[in-house]
Design a protein around this ligand. Structure first.
Ligand code: GRG
Length: 300
């Protein structure tokens, strides 16, 4: 655990220094949106998605410099989703990563614009990354928009999350299916993109790509369960966001459905299965194995 925490910390230092350089200051009042974008994206995220992307790329011989534009654009997009999720019209949160949310630090209109700015810049930055071959760049742009979008991607997941309470659920199995679908779209698709993008960058053969996707699905579910457990049992100072919201908002989650102990066991089982998935890579995938453990053992 200490080892992967050190690796993530070292990665984050390098990655953050490079990410900050992606945001030039522009003249005039319009720089306010850029400041809000930088505030949110440079605000202390764990960088799990970018680390996953770079590690999966490394499995197929792709170095950090080539993977960076894909990882940076993914963090931009992830930050947009957090800014918009925190808005009063959605989750209405004051705290993110232990600091005031974007709309609290700036104002609601600026936060909406910062989210819009990050979403659009993510695609612009990725599509201009000369270090990635044009056909691969195009594939990544398409994959990222699918993962983030309204046709089975993150926007669909967020929509289902907001309105799942209106669904008349008639059986446990129906509720379980809704939770799985919701989590798979809201959280799982970006994590899957992170892993699959690494494989695409490395022109991985289809069977290897499928293995990576299999791993990403398992860690995606485990990540979400860990997030739900942190919402119930975490320390707000460490988690850095308002806790106990799932219960107060009657959210459909694995923890509310299974109870905390069963959810914990399920998360452990998923991590085991995730590690089995990537056994074919042996020691080359050691960081991905350790990351799978970290995902459920983290305290924030
Ligand atoms: C607004 C379209 C739109 C989508 C929002 C991301 C999201 C969808 C909602 C956030 C709510 C939430 C708690 C989702 C569960 C998982 C998640 C994305 C947690 C945050 O990811 P971390 O822990 O965050 O990797 P850091 O801060 O480390 O980057």
């Amino acid at each position: 655990m200490t080892d992967i925490v050190t690796k993530l910390t070292d990665f984050s230092k390098r990655f953050n220094a490079d990410l900050e350089k992606c945001f030039p200051t522009i003249n005039g009042t319009e720089n306010r949106a850029v400041e809000a974008m930088k505030y949110s994206v440079m605000n202390g995220g764990k960088r799990l998605r970018s680390y996953l992307l770079c590690e999966c790329a490394a499995l197929f011989g792709v170095g950090y410099e080539t993977a960076f534009p894909a990882a940076a654009s993914l963090e931009m997009l992830h930050s947009y989703s957090l800014i918009h999720d925190d808005l009063p019209a959605m989750d209405n949160d004051d705290l993110r990563r232990g600091k005031p949310t974007c709309h609290k630090q700036f104002d609601e209109a600026t936060a909406i614009l910062a989210g819009d700015g990050l979403l659009t810049y993510a695609f612009s930055y990725l599509s201009e990354a000369q270090i990635i071959r044009p056909e691969i760049r195009l594939t990544l742009v398409q994959m990222l928009s699918d993962a983030a979008g309204a046709f089975g991607g993150m926007v669909s997941g967020q929509t289902l999350d907001l309105y799942a309470g209106d669904i008349e659920v008639t059986s446990d199995s129906e509720a379980e299916k809704i939770i799985s679908r919701l989590e798979e779209m809201k959280t799982g698709r970006l994590l899957r993109y992170a892993c699959e993008a690494g494989a695409v960058l490395g022109k991985a053969p289809l069977d290897m790509r499928q293995i990576i996707v299999g791993y990403s699905r398992k860690i995606g579910q485990a990540f979400q369960i860990a997030d739900d457990i942190l919402d119930r049992e975490g320390d707000q100072q460490i988690v850095g966001k308002t806790l106990h919201k799932d219960d107060s908002q009657n959210k459909f989650t694995f923890v509310s459905f299974y109870g905390i102990e069963t959810a914990r066991q399920k998360a452990r089982q998923l991590v085991k299965e995730a590690i089995e998935q990537i056994a074919v890579f042996g020691d080359h995938a050691e960081n991905l194995q350790n990351l799978a453990h970290y995902i459920i053992e983290r305290n924030h």
